[in-house]
Design a protein around this ligand. Structure first.
Ligand code: NDP
Ligand code: GDP
Length: 339
């Protein structure tokens, strides 16, 4: 039985990847950092909590990582742990770098010294393209990061590639474009929009406060992206791949579709830097400076040709379907976790 260690097991991707690997017959170890929040709601939602062996591991603690690697001797490590929210990285750039950049180096050093034949997946991100040099972006597009989050991920990406080159380790970086699902964190824009719109529909919230509605993202469906991670580590050669849908949409389009789906079509008004949207005369969406970023990634659109050709990976859930899935599950999730 293959042994996989997943860091970030409590996150969106950790939960979906654990489910996939369990279904494929793996023994799954989940690296869990000590936290006062005892909720495993994503693992419970997928009904896999009892099938995962949880081990305490924090990417900030080198000796802890060494102990876990020596004990489990994993065949595959999927490093999904991160301070993953761009906006917070502007307030906590040092913590973000400690976890997202040096945390990866700690893991790689531990593997190099104690289990160098382990296959290693690093969660790279389309945010590394930043103010992108071209559209769409592929594996050869230069990085131009514009947030502490993205800068930390560029370090992690290059150090993972370097350890592959220097020490012949089986390391892969998945340059994943935004991927969403009912299990997405509430701070991310898609989930925030869906959650608030559903609450407005049921009189549990009054309006949605939002930042830059003109940013464009390439949004895919998370369960399909974790399958791509597995394919990378199970190909005969380690390499780096873009996973994306090759479609791009504005935040505004996401809001429009969501509210329309829920029977609250919006009419937009813009004056003096304030943006508002109404449905049947009622104010439901309003811009708020709090959610704008000091520097912004204007457009992401990924070219996944390489993943399609070499891994036979292709996304099937696109924009409209993704929104439909998220809305349809949201009421159940609100009941489950009470947010
Ligand atoms: P989440 O934010 O949902 O999950 C991140 C996980 O990392 C959480 O479980 C968190 O633990 C854990 N973590 C944070 N700090 C530490 C630490 N110091 N030690 C150990 N664990 C820690 O992210 P996603 O599942 O959405 O994303 C997975 C990975 O993919 C991340 O690295 C992200 O940056 C990257 N990525 C995500 C994209 C997306 O669209 N989702 C796009 C491209 C890349 P806790 O639960 O205790 O807070
Ligand atoms: P990111 O692409 O990893 O930063 O994912 P997010 O979901 O956090 O943000 C996607 C885009 O939505 C970014 O361009 C944000 O500036 C924009 N955005 C606009 N309003 C909001 C908001 O209220 N919350 C978040 N998280 N993003 C917002």
């Amino acid at each position: 039985m293959k042994k996989a260690l997943i860091t970030g097991i409590r996150g969106q991707d950790g939960a979906y990847l654990a489910k996939l690997l369990l279904d494929l017959g793996y023994q799954v170890y989940g690296a869990d950092r000590r936290s006062s929040d005892s909720s495993y709601w994503r693992l419970e939602y997928l009904k896999i909590k009892d099938k995962i062996k949880l081990v305490y591991m924090d990417l900030l603690e080198y000796s802890n990582i060494i102990d876990v690697i020596k004990e489990i001797k994993p065949d595959e490590v999927y490093n999904l742990a991160a301070q993953s929210f761009v906006q917070v990285s502007f307030n906590q750039p040092l913590l973000t770098s400690e976890v997202n950049a040096l945390g990866v180096l700690r893991l790689l050093e531990a593997l190099k010294l104690y289990k160098p034949d382990t296959k290693f997946y690093q969660a790279s991100t389309s945010e590394m393209f930043g103010i992108a040099k071209e559209v769409p972006q592929n594996e050869n597009t230069p990085f131009n990061p514009v947030s502490p989050y993205a800068v930390s991920k560029v370090f992690a990406h290059y150090i993972t590639v370097n350890y592959r080159l220097a020490y012949n380790m089986f390391n892969c970086c998945g340059i994943l474009f935004n991927h969403e699902s009912p299990l997405r964190g509430l701070e991310f824009v898609t989930k925030k929009i869906v959650n608030t719109a559903v609450k407005i529909k049921y009189n549990l919230a009054e309006k949605l406060l939002i930042g830059n509605i003109y940013a464009k993202r390439d949004w895919g469906y998370a369960p399909e992206y974790v399958y791509g991670m597995y394919l990378m580590l199970n190909h005969d050669k380690p390499d780096d791949y873009v996973l994306a849908t090759n479609e791009t949409h504005t935040v505004k389009e996401f809001i429009d579709k969501t509210f329309e789906y829920l029977g609250m079509p919006l009419k937009w008004e813009e004056d003096n830097d304030k943006i508002r949207a109404y449905s049947q005369g009622k104010l439901l969406v309003e811009s708020s400076l709090e959610f704008y970023r000091p520097s912004e990634v204007p457009i992401l659109k990924g070219d996944y040709t390489k993943a399609k050709k070499i891994l036979n990976w292709e996304p099937t859930t696109k924009f409209d379907k993704l929104i439909e899935i998220m809305i349809n599950e949201e009421f159940n999730i609100i009941k489950l976790i009470n947010v």
